[in-house]
Design a binder for this molecule. Structure first.
Ligand code: PHE
Ligand code: ZN
Length: 883
């Protein structure tokens, strides 16, 4: 049955071009919140003032969603029912003066809030999530980022159950009340949009510290958690202090309040939230302790703590005019946190990881039905736009501007931006104007990076003329069509490059009579451009897009010999890695061809030799070496095809791993042993690099599943004093062909960590990413496990997200059961948590690149979801997927 929705019930799109300034400002808001599981009462007192930039006599319109209105008073007088209207999430008061006070009293039900937006309960605590449009679920308000207001918040609750009551700014009053209740009042001196409001109530404990800012002010630092997590806060505190110092040193930005708080909550839709002075974190992004969390988790905590802290300037002090400008704060802040992590750890590895993620996940988004520009021009549900494109591609766009300006001028430009727009709600144009003003460069063509969706492709070709001693490099750019954007214009693309001579050294570059040193940035602006380098004596190998200087796909017809040469000699570390990836892609594609043609498989000896060289070479950066030894992921390989053969890709990659292990067994084993640490665990760069290298080697060895390696892996599992090594071993055992190898370790691990949900998430994930055909049955079994709940986003991501995102062969099972299971879950989540449902469904929307039988099965599941009464979140995604 096709339940046709009436036209008016369909969610409507909002357009950037329709932006209008707010009709009213809110100079001040006083909130009075009496916490209760099902009947929380919120009294708000708004000081409203007409915006004289807008036409006279406009009605007052406030957002409000799911609120039970108990009382409404204008200038101290109760409003008659005919004076206002509360309909379709809007409260309208037709006739209001130019300046007045509005009091509303509403009731809400946090305990039944499973969407985790607005005020909700997570275990025993109350918390809020207001970005993007959650504040309207708490009280009536102009819920838009360009209305900046001073907040005073009084929170009242049962003293026993909720001894800790937190909000933004400084505590100014507290006291006890009748009936065992108490209250705390908080005042935030900085005007802020309501999406940065936060409130927490619970039985929490804190790790406390202080930080002295560059001007000598002392700031109190507090990380609030449930008591059982108190021992997992040290790393976050260290990371916070490092972030505060880094932002002073790198951007000249000082913290501005007397107190900075972080709260960890177990139920959270995203990673963390930058609420002014009161960051709220998904516990998975703040808690870390060696016995229970991996090196990756430690690095995630550092990055996310930095990210949220950096928002205090890029997001809070300067915020966004409207949600179309989301990348203004997110792209810039991701760029900032990437630079921070690069400074704290191995910079080349950080770049490799970021690019690997961009090139698989973001490129896939940019090529699929939900592709959108870094600055979208319309949306139905803003929650759907917290994407890799806004965050990661947005960061790449900022990175290109930083490259174009150079370190010093980029700093001048960000100084100008922060000073000029402090306390304002800004646009992408404001940001780019600061770049242009300081550098005197013309950014008009560059702005297309914000407007055009899709990944540009550069086809490069070279021609060496021995007689003329010239090397001609021709670059052709093309951006494929994306939904709603058929024709694209050429972009301004910075291509950092060098020419590597036969002896492995970069050649001096002479272009248009100018000596450019041995490395330069070419500015590709036209659809096609040729650059002629002079005085080139012998044929060079071009090294293009060094450091991944632009988020594009670059094609050049390298031979395997040239790639092996670049792998060994390129002066750019990133491109050495990338040459290795290109060589591996060629070898794996060759295997895919053999599989599809039913031929015997043989791994390219060039890849084996290149790997042998790596294993026996002098490479001192172990972190980079580990990256270079890693084969491109199945997801990245899939990106290389118009039509994806998931089974052949999986088979090819597994075969290659085993072939490398067979050929280089002794080398892998030696490197494994050399990197076994003696001494205490620490999550610091050198040790992380050693563990990464060691476990990469063990992974290859286990591809053979021979007795000796099995024993080695079991020993590592049994003896590890840290989660990184233990989980690496457990994963290999659990992913073994022989299911008996994993059974006992999994049981033991599951029992000993049953009390820790974050560790149980790892336990869930590594079982359902098992490549063997029994993975789906295990997934179904684990969904019935007492530690699993569809209501908790971390559990959903750990179990279902990991299966659909990281177990490609099993999600795309030929019988379609993977698709069916995902659709079942999405339908249920549509009712519970629309945001999570809309994110989870994405892999199902990418049906166009699958083979036709799979396309049909995927579309059938999308159609099945469409029959439901959909949230705007899911409605928007499903419509795009089936358009
Ligand atoms: N603004 C948050 C961040 O990037 C992300 C977020 C968005 C969190 C929406 C919650 C809800 O850091
Ligand atoms: Zn952010």
């Amino acid at each position: 049955m096709n339940a046709i929705q009436p036209e008016a019930a369909q969610p409507q799109a909002i357009y950037l071009k329709d932006y209008q300034a707010p009709a009213f400002w809110v100079d001040q808001v006083k909130l009075d919140v009496a916490l209760d599981d099902h009947q929380t009462r919120v009294i708000s007192t708004l000081s409203l003032r007409r915006n004289d930039q807008r036409e006279a006599g406009l009605p007052l319109v406030l957002n409000g969603q799911g609120l039970t209105l108990k009382r409404i008073e204008l200038a101290g007088q109760p409003l008659a029912e005919t004076d206002y209207q509360y309909q379709e999430d809007l409260l309208t008061v037709a006739r209001v003066p130019d300046q007045f006070t509005l009091v509303t009293e509403v009731e809400i039900d946090p305990a039944n809030n499973t969407a985790l937006e607005g005020l909700y309960k997570s275990n025993t605590m109350f918390c809020t999530q207001c970005e993007a449009e959650g504040f309207r679920r708490i009280t009536f308000f102009p819920d838009r980022p360009d209305v900046l207001t001073r907040f005073t918040t009084r929170i009242e609750a049962d003293q026993q159950r909720f001894p800790i009551l937190l909000s933004n700014g400084n505590p100014i009053e507290r006291g006890e009340l009748d009936n065992g209740r108490h209250f705390v009042t908080w005042e935030d001196p900085f005007p802020k949009p309501c999406y940065l409001f936060a409130l927490v109530g619970g039985n929490l404990q804190a790790v406390k510290d202080t930080f002295t800012t560059m001007s000598g002010r002392e700031v109190a630092l507090e990380i609030w958690v449930e008591p059982e997590n108190l021992h997992k806060c040290d790393h976050a505190m260290r990371s916070l202090k490092a972030s505060m110092r880094w932002d002073e040193q790198t951007y000249g930005r000082e913290y501005d309040l007397d107190i900075f708080m972080i709260v960890a909550v177990n139920d959270f839709n995203m990673g963390a939230m930058e609420n002014k002075g009161l960051n709220i974190f998904n516990s998975a992004c703040v808690l870390a302790e060696p016995k229970s969390e991996t090196d990756a988790a430690f690095q995630r905590v550092e990055g996310v703590v930095g990210h949220e802290y950096f928002h205090n300037w890029s997001g809070n002090r300067v915020t966004c005019r409207d949600w179309f400008q989301l990348s203004l704060k997110e792209g810039f802040t991701v760029y900032r946190d990437q630079s921070f992590s690069a400074d704290m750890n191995s910079a080349p590895v950080k770049r490799i990881e970021d690019v690997a993620m961009l090139r698989t996940a973001q490129f896939a988004e940019d090529a699929g039905p939900t592709a959108h520009p870094v600055r979208p021009d319309h949306y139905i549900e803003i929650n759907n736009f917290y994407t890799l494109t806004i965050y990661e591609k947005g960061a790449e766009v900022v990175r290109m501007m930083a490259e174009l300006l150079g370190r010093e001028r980029f700093r001048q430009a960000t100084d100008l931006y922060f000073e000029r727009h402090d306390g304002e709600a800004a646009t992408v144009e404001d940001f780019v104007a600061c770049m242009a003003e300081v550098s005197e460069l013309d950014f008009s063509q560059f702005m297309r990076w914000y407007h055009q969706a899709g990944t540009p492709k550069i086809e490069a070709s070279g021609h060496f003329d021995a007689d003329a001693r010239t090397y001609q490099l021709t670059l052709r750019q093309h951006t494929p069509a994306t939904p709603g954007q058929a024709d694209k214009l050429p972009l301004h693309i910075p291509v950092r490059m060098g020419l590597v001579g036969p002896n492995g050294h970069d050649l001096p570059l002479e272009l248009n009579g100018e000596q450019l040193g041995t490395e330069t940035v070419l500015h590709l602006r036209e659809a096609e451009q040729t650059f002629t380098f002079h005085n080139i004596a012998a044929e060079p190998v071009p090294s293009l897009l060094r450091g991944f200087s632009a988020p594009v796909k670059l094609a050049f017809d390298y031979s395997r010999e040239q790639l092996a040469f670049l792998m060994a000699h390129d002066s750019d570390g990133f491109n050495r890695w990338d040459a290795g990836q290109r060589l591996a892609v060629l070898a794996l594609q060759h295997l895919v061809n053999q599989i599809q043609a039913n031929e015997p498989l043989q791994l390219d000896p060039a890849l084996i030799e290149a790997t042998r060289t790596l294993l026996n070479g002098e490479m001192t950066d172990k972190a980079v070496l580990a990256e270079m030894l890693r084969l491109p992921s199945e997801a990245y390989l899939a990106e290389q095809y118009e039509q994806v053969d998931v089974d052949a890709i999986h088979k090819a990659r597994s075969f290659a791993r085993k072939a490398l292990a067979d050929a280089l067994y002794d080398d892998f084993l030696r490197l494994y042993k050399v990197n076994q640490r003696v001494g205490d665990y620490a999550p610091e760069a050198n040790q992380i690099a050693e563990r990464s290298l060691k476990n990469t080697c063990l992974g290859y060895l286990m591809a053979r599943e021979d007795e000796a390696t099995i024993a080695l892996t079991q020993e590592q599992f049994n003896c590890a004093d840290n989660m990184t090594d233990q989980r690496a071993a457990l994963t290999l055992l659990a992913h073994a062909e022989d299911p008996r190898l994993g059974a006992e370790p999994l049981r033991r691990f599951g029992e000993s960590w049953a009390h820790d949900p974050l560790v149980m998430d790892q336990w869930f994930s590594l079982q359902v990413t098992r490549p063997q055909a029994d993975a789906l049955d295990r997934l179904k079994m684990l969904m019935a496990h007492p530690a699993f709940s569809l209501k908790n986003p971390n559990r959903v991501r750990a179990l279902i997200g990991a299966f659909v995102g990281q177990n490609r062969v099993n999600f795309h099972r030929q019988d379609g059961q993977g698709y069916q299971l995902l659709a079942d879950v999405v339908i249920e989540l549509n009712r519970l948590n629309p945001q999570i449902a809309a994110r989870l469904v994405i892999p199902l929307t990418r049906w166009k690149r699958m083979t036709s039988e799979r396309q049909d099965m995927m579309k059938a599941q999308l159609e099945r979801i469409r029959q439901e009464s959909l949230s705007p979140d899911l409605f928007e995604i499903i419509e795009k997927a089936l358009a």
